[in-house]
Design a protein around this ligand. Sequence first.
Ligand code: ADE
Length: 264
Amino acid sequence: MLEIDIVTIFPEVARAPLSESIMGRAASTGVVTLRFHDLRQWAEGKHRQVDDEPYGGGPGMVMMPGPFFAAVRELRREGSRVVLMTPQGRRFNQAVARDYAGGEVHHLIVLCGHYEGVDHRVVEALVDDELSIGDYVLTNGAIAAAVFTDAVVRLLPGALGDERSPEVESFSEGENLLEAPCYTRPAEFEGMAVPDVLLSGNHGAIAQWRLEAALVRTFLKRPDLLEDREFSAQEIAILRKWSKELENLIRVKSARCTDPLSGR
Ligand code: ADE
């Protein structure tokens, strides 16, 4: 069982996307417990100030340490992990999501930065893991917290109706392949037909087609994913087949090539 406390000055921004559909059901069926906290409840003074100007000058405002320290002191317990959403963090990806969903961590406190950044003493003294959801800067860390939470929670046992779906999708365990294209009814739409093999009922042929399509898609769109990947014997066979077809094509075409720039 995983519990997640999200601490932000905009709790509704994180709550909204995590209340609908699969996330809403995961929370209501007890797959996960989500709590959304307004950081200002730990701020002091009449104005409940949470940010101030940066020491040393510069644009924007910096989140003060006091409210974060008070929040973590109240929420933390034995075994809690404190995560800060920040563009300075290590890159969040499916492998990191799997680690958090893996069952070792039972309680997460997710701190959201806003504005220019968070006082560095928060990072040094409170935070176990800084996570970035990508190389761009959001105005609102609660959006990043919602992305992180969604990706982790959907991997928890019982979160998805179909228990197999996390394993067959892009980036799943040991796969690092994009998914093959998918289709649904109608079989023909505005002159575009679904590939015959998917209508054939031949499960072996469908699996082979999907693997080939996944490989070619990954090769064309995300070749970086293939670099760190182990290939199965079946995948090597597919690559060999393509390589032969490509060599044949080049042989036939280059024999007929009349382009003066070709160097022949
Ligand atoms: N806050 C602002 N930008 C962010 C990002 N890219 N990832 C995580 N938190 C952020």
